[in-house]
Design a protein around this ligand. Structure first.
Ligand code: KIV
Ligand code: ZN
Length: 536
């Protein structure tokens, strides 16, 4: 048995189509934009969702669950935009079993080359009796009608018995049989509340295969939540029992404690390929970048010791470990950092680099910028290159993802000045461009320089935003590193997240604050939101 990653294994394959007749191929169904987006405090706008979806396609996921179209016009439009623009993966929309849900999901995904409708209803008695307040028989009828309706639109229909792991397996098998009779092509059995244990989850699938022979002819899927920290272990147990689709999310985001983390599943199957004999289509070298993008846009920081994508996942602190790795990397490393796209900081630009060099570097990184976007990028690049000796790929990535995204309509920071001293309270003045194109200035004496700037922005914009989260980190190492600030603000119960990047942390914070404020204001103007069902 090899004890290191199978770096040249089949997971390195780019652009392979899912081969469902290949019994060793595990499909990766990414739900970052649906279950992940249901995490508390996360609220991505359409541009951000599109950006993540394009990156997921580069990462090589098989299915993107792009959202839950019935829940709001904004969600519908985002799913539709992804279905229209993102090529490669299947684009899936979630729906309860009601006619309107399924119709909305279909209308949102129908323009994709490969649309899927994913419909679900709970099969556990506690959910049926208490949440749905109905009967087992009624649930069966709803499944029959929903899958039949969805099949009228597309051949690619997924059905999930929600809270499957706590359902009576005999009854759940009858429900699944109905979904299969109506033509469902994927059956996903979730551990909705993160309660199951690997051996139980495995036994449940073995029993389902025994009770429903036709399950062997469709794709069986796992969807595990991490309430007891077992989401990845349970997913693996399901795969070992025969499932060939794993539902997971980047950085493990999702309801409550989150979903199984995509990067952990992908690298588990990759690294232990010789033992498991399974493979995915994930382009592993895109993992780190996808993780950083999702972290930036959601404002959810990745814990330093997080497997695969944490800052310390490949760091060695103890002298004995460092000594061992210097002598032979595999003494303490089971994976190579470059396999997941870490430490690939080869692009370096300096202050004399021109527009062409910048554009080439960005293209090499997968960002196609021209016209005004390239001009803005070049201007920001020059500002940073004046203050920083070398601008690396990581710096450019932070700059492009945070600064050059399609502008959120709303407020923009023109300039700020702060008088800060340990002798008297700091005072800030700012100028902000307003949504109507006018400008306004504001000033404030705050508790600290950053607080003074935020309060001055509130004064200038006339918006009473409250800071609810603030995180700061360095993009790279070294004293002249770019600082990256992520902020969540709250206005009347609605939140907005924003990021800013600069060599000056007050500048980064001010940029992030104005963006977050713009997002929260835009959200409070949006209408027609329909509440999500409570239990998913
Ligand atoms: O956790 C869950 O049960 C879900 C379903 C919608 C698949 O997210
Ligand atoms: Zn879920």
């Amino acid at each position: 048995m090899s004890q290191t990653d199978a770096s040249n294994g089949p997971t390195a394959a780019v652009g392979k189509t899912p081969q469902q007749d290949d019994a060793s191929r595990v499909l990766i169904f990414d739900t970052t934009l649906r279950d992940g987006e249901q995490s508390p405090g996360i609220s991505l706008n359409r541009h951000e969702k599109l950006e993540i979806a394009h990156q997921l396609a580069r990462l090589g996921v098989d299915v993107i669950e792009a959202g839950f179209p019935i829940t709001s016009p904004g969600d519908f439009e985002s799913v539709q935009a992804i279905a229209r623009e993102v090529e490669g993966p299947v684009i899936c929309g979630l729906a309860r079993t009601s006619k309107q849900d399924i119709e909305a999901a279909w209308n949102a995904v129908r323009d994709s080359e490969r649309p899927r409708i994913h419909t679900f209803i709970a099969t556990s008695d506690i959910h049926i009796e208490r949440k749905l307040q109905t009967t087992r028989e009624d649930v069966k009828g709803q499944v029959r009608a929903a899958v039949a309706q969805a099949r009228g639109y597309t051949e690619d229909v997924e059905f999930s018995p929600e809270d499957g792991s706590r359902s009576d397996v005999q009854y759940m098998a009858e429900v699944i049989q109905i979904a299969l009779d109506e033509g469902a092509s994927t059956i996903n059995v979730p551990d909705t509340v993160g309660y199951t244990m690997p051996r139980e989850y495995m036994a449940m699938f073995e029993e389902l295969y025994r009770l429903i022979p036709a399950l062997h002819d469709v794709v069986v899927s796992v969807h595990c939540h991490d309430d007891l920290g077992l989401a990845v272990a349970n997913s693996l147990a399901g795969v070992e029992a025969g499932a060939r689709q794993v539902e997971c999310a980047i950085n493990g985001i999702g309801e409550r404690a989150g979903n199984a983390s995509l990067e952990e599943i992908a690298m588990l199957l990759h690294t232990r390929q010789p033992s498991l004999g399974l493979w995915t289509g994930i382009v592993t070298t895109e993992i780190a970048r996808t993780s950083r993008l999702v972290s930036r846009l959601t404002g959810y920081q990745v814990q330093p010791n997080k497997a695969i994508v944490g800052r310390n996942a490949f760091a060695h602190e103890a002298g004995i470990h460092q000594d061992g790795v210097l002598k032979e990397r595999t003494t303490y490393e089971i994976m190579d950092a470059t396999t997941v796209g870490l430490r690939s900081n080869s692009i370096v630009l300096g202050k004399h680099s021109g527009r062409h060099a910048l554009s080439e570097a960005l293209r090499e990184m997968g960002f196609e910028l021209d016209g005004q976007a390239l001009n803005t990028a070049f201007k920001r690049f020059k500002e940073i290159a004046d203050r920083k000796k070398q601008v690396t790929a990581m710096d450019l990535e932070a700059l492009v993802t945070d600064e050059l995204r399609e502008e959120i309509p709303g407020y923009a920071l023109d300039w700020f000045e702060v008088d800060a001293s340990s002798l008297r309270p700091p005072h800030a003045r700012v100028s902000v461009t307003l949504p109507d194109g006018g400008t306004a200035t504001g000033s404030f004496t705050g508790d600290g320089p950053i607080d003074a700037v935020f309060q001055a922005i509130n004064v200038a914009s006339g918006v009473a935003a409250k800071l609810s989260e603030f995180t700061i980190s360095a993009v790279t190492e070294g004293q002249d590193a770019l600082g990256e600030v992520s902020i969540v603000v709250e206005i009347g119960g609605l939140t907005g997240a924003g990021q800013g990047v600069s060599t000056d942390i007050i500048d980064a914070a001010a940029r992030a604050y104005v963006r977050a404020l713009s997002v929260a204001v835009a959200r409070s103007h949006a209408d027609g939101a329909i509440g999500l069902p409570e239990t998913i």
